[in-house]
Design a protein around this ligand. Structure first.
Ligand SMILES: [Zn+2]
Length: 339
């Protein structure tokens, strides 16, 4: 009879092998759980559970609400001829703006495409309305297809995204689960929802002036959040429409198409022109923000890059907390960090 061979510790080999397998399984399980925990933490940083419990944001109580037939939107009158068209029920809290001159009007961004923006605009002005896109992320171009005249910055990324449109698979997750806290409009079908491709009719350059009749919007090129991002300066009313270059938050400085050096340079560019505007009309969350925040965003980026700032981290993403805004950034984007 063959004698069972024993290992160094005096155990038989089958027993030792079983122990090793069990140990490996525990290690694998722990690493899967670690990854799941990190991913859950990351998701919570980007989209906190029950995010809508913070609504309405305090600023809205100070603004004049205007009724339209389009209940998906809340519409606020910011100045005599400026309206914020806000989508509070979906996580993006997208805001489009109707800017009315003496001869024509512009919608700055067109939201998610869930509501009928053209109808809402037509109830606020009789003038012809054209679109000016601050950039071409899906939640800013949803209703572009409803309008004949569409302007975007002269950047390949802009027309590539506009001409591609956005398919249902990409969009549908934006109206499922916790992304939504109020019913969608009855006529809206999430199963067939697409953002149709469009072609821009006007390509904008730095310094271009968009004439609306006794009201002008100046194009300020502010790449960083996306390659073709612009802000629009209404000098007469001292308002800066920022798109996603600034919004309270959190500011998205983490997605793949963000160029953090460009983003920081764009904030500095806006800071140099602070004497030309008093309020920011931002692309999400809050339509009326005092312009001084731009200076503090510049300071915040400097602090982050020097290894400072309070943050939480999940799976490579950090959410930094500042007074009145947050910044989401990838940990690997941070240079000179102390840790
Ligand atoms: Zn964006």
């Amino acid at each position: 009879m063959r004698k069972r061979r024993k290992d160094l510790f005096g155990n038989n080999r089958i027993f030792t092998f079983s122990l090793m397998v069990l140990f490996c399984m525990i290690l694998i399980q722990c690493s899967v759980e670690d990854r799941q925990n990190a991913e859950e933490k990351r998701s919570e940083l980007i989209q906190p559970a029950k995010w809508w419990e913070k609504l309405p944001r305090p600023i809205y109580a100070t603004l004049k609400k205007v009724e339209t037939s389009q209940k998906w939107f809340e519409v606020y009158k910011l100045t005599e001829d400026t309206y914020a068209i806000y989508e509070p029920y979906q996580f993006e809290e997208a805001i489009s703006y109707l800017v009315i001159g003496k001869e024509r009007a512009a919608v700055i961004d067109t939201g998610t495409g869930i509501g009928d923006l053209k109808q809402a605009a037509s109830e606020l002005t009789d003038l012809p309305v054209s679109v000016v896109n601050t950039h071409t992320h899906w939640d800013h171009i949803g209703n572009n297809y409803q309008f004949k005249e569409i302007a975007c910055f002269n950047n390949p990324d802009c027309f590539k995204k506009l001409s591609a449109g956005v398919d249902n698979a990409r969009l549908k997750k934006s109206v499922t689960g916790d992304s939504l806290w109020n019913p969608l409009p009855e006529e809206f079908d999430p199963d067939t929802w697409k953002i149709p491709p469009v072609e821009p009719t006007t390509l904008l350059e730095e310094g271009n002036l968009i004439e609306l009749g006794e009201r002008t919007l100046e194009v300020i090129y502010t790449p960083g959040h996306s390659p073709g991002s612009i802000c629009l300066l209404d000098r007469k009313n001292r308002i800066l429409f920022t798109g996603d270059t600034f919004f309270p938050g959190p500011l998205y400085a983490y997605p793949e198409d963000v160029n953090i050096d460009d983003y920081m340079a764009s904030i500095k560019k806006l800071k140099k022109r602070l004497d030309e505007y008093d309020y920011l009309c931002s692309g999400h969350n809050d339509p009326w923000v005092k312009s001084e925040v731009i200076s503090r965003v510049d300071d915040a980026f400097q602090e982050i890059m020097a290894g400072g700032g309070k943050y939480k981290e999940g799976n490579g993403i950090r959410r930094y907390y500042f007074d009145g805004f947050d910044i989401l950034i990838r940990a690997d984007m941070i240079k000179n960090k102390k840790t």
